[in-house]
Design a protein around this ligand. Sequence first.
Ligand SMILES: Nc1ncnc2c1ncn2[C@@H]1O[C@H](COP(=O)(O)OP(=O)(O)O)[C@@H](O)[C@H]1O
Ligand SMILES: [Mg+2]
Length: 598
Amino acid sequence: MTTREKPRRGTFVVIRAASTLYALIDRDDRRRSLLLMVFNLINTLFDIVALLLIIPLVTTLSSGTAPSYLSGPNAIVSLPSWVLSNPVVAIGGAVALLFIIRAGLGTLQLWWSGGVAHRAEVDLVWRLLNGSATISYSDHLDRDSGEIFRAVTDSVVRAMNLLGLGLSAAGDLILTLGIGAVIIAVNPVVGGLLIVYLAVAIGGWTFVARARVQRAGAVMGTATQARFKALQQGALLARELRLNGRAHSYAMHAVDQSGDVASARRMIDFIIPANRYVLETVVILGIVLSGAVASVTSGSASVLPTLAVMLAAMFRGLPALYRMMQFTNQCDYTMPALDALREYAASGGLAASGAEPGRPVQPPATAPRIAFTNVSFRYPRGHTDVLTDITLTIEPGMRLGIKGSSGAGKSTLLELLLGLREPTTGTITVASRPLSDDMARHQRGIGYVPQTVPLLDDTVAANIAPGWDADEVDHNQVRAVLVRVGLGAWLDGLPNGTSTVLGPGGPRMSGGQQLRLGLARALYAGPVILVIDEVTAHLDPVATDEIVAVLDGLDRSITQVAVAHDPVAVAYCDLVIDLTGGRIAASAPGDVVGPITA
Ligand SMILES: Nc1ncnc2c1ncn2[C@@H]1O[C@H](COP(=O)(O)OP(=O)(O)O)[C@@H](O)[C@H]1O
Ligand SMILES: [Mg+2]
């Protein structure tokens, strides 16, 4: 984890934004972006050449002949005679043609840069979601559930919007500098004054707007995350909040956050278009001032050519200046989102680029022998060992029961067995090799029934085969596992069979049915090890007997590890160990039925 740095709101926000963006996107997206920037710079050249041609055009217009550097003995280029006989048409035509080509290339560039930013967004979202799916279980528990939501729905969207703008910013900068040079070349006094005036006026406005933009940018991300959490928490506690009459507090919290999001958006949606009006006003005043200064300093004869060049320069320069102002605003506005993404990536939330899902790992064909040797475990921030010196062998096909009171460490022991956590000391081997050597394969062979079985508000099939694509799910297999756990009659009673939607509006399930559903889910992929946390925690004796009968009836090719605080629930096991205070206690006579190897 990185420490949360205080955001540096320096003048160089553009550079910081660009370097953070560059670090976030992957290699192919960088390549595409750089290519597009080069294309954009080439387009800019058309603009600059066209502007340079306006100088001789204006001179020719006012004097009637082409300037001496284009004709006569001192010409810097030798032009064909038809150009010299018709200089206004030839030069004017060239200027128009260049601007038209530039417009065509500019349109192409717009379409292209949308594609580059879109592609980069898809790649980044994929890497974020992939990172969040493959991050270690304990890191996953450490995260705020709103973080990934914020990253994907807010930070990435803003970051890629900025990328799209940034792709043309370098070209705009070059164009602006080029225009500045042309203006100064035409009339150093007027041009120089105009540039200083523009820099002061635009800089002043940007400075005034800046703090507001930064605030809006910071609020946007945190409010998005807080709104998500309020909605999520309100939904999780739907019943409790209706009873205690506090549902509105979550709703109000979400509304407040939405209000913050809206006013942040309002601020940025105001400032960016307002740039245009500010710019137009500043520029019109600037041209009037240039005209006045030109007539005072160089006489009224030079006013027309000077003004013509200034107007042409502004015609091309205004959009570029506007985009640069917008880009600067967007850098300030997006910097908090970029900082959030950078921190998220630094804490391991961003998968490496090019990390494809990979070929599916084959589960083991038969149940392996699993051995714990002197295993102890302490939670990362814990002060005492939750498990101490556990030595235990689970033979293939064996049914191991673990009983113990609440807090004894049973669920923790299962998480070690599942490979979700690593022992602090000691070793766990699977088929005589360290568990971590071939963790994915080990995990693919496990069916796991957690203490509370989460129900998805989705179809029965999606509940039994979560993570499989809808068209990949084998509905016959879904039916078969439901029958196996005693839910055949229940399934037959559903209106749409395995396509019936469960969850909020769907049929209610009793505690026993829910546990069976969890068991069916665990059995769907054909596990060789079945791990059940709290077999019958919330069940009455009849339901307990039914579940135990299902478990006892399962094939001996499946190893079972079942946790229960009720000894009756694990009486069907071959061996029952008693976990007390994180240690395997000496078993009372009768507890241990003796290890049986299948
Ligand atoms: N993520 C965690 N961080 C710190 N302590 C934990 C964590 N999870 C569980 N514990 C502690 O570990 C002990 C064993 O918990 P657990 O394995 O869930 O027990 P059981 O399943 O037997 O009820 C408890 O004291 C519990 O408070
Ligand atoms: Mg437990």
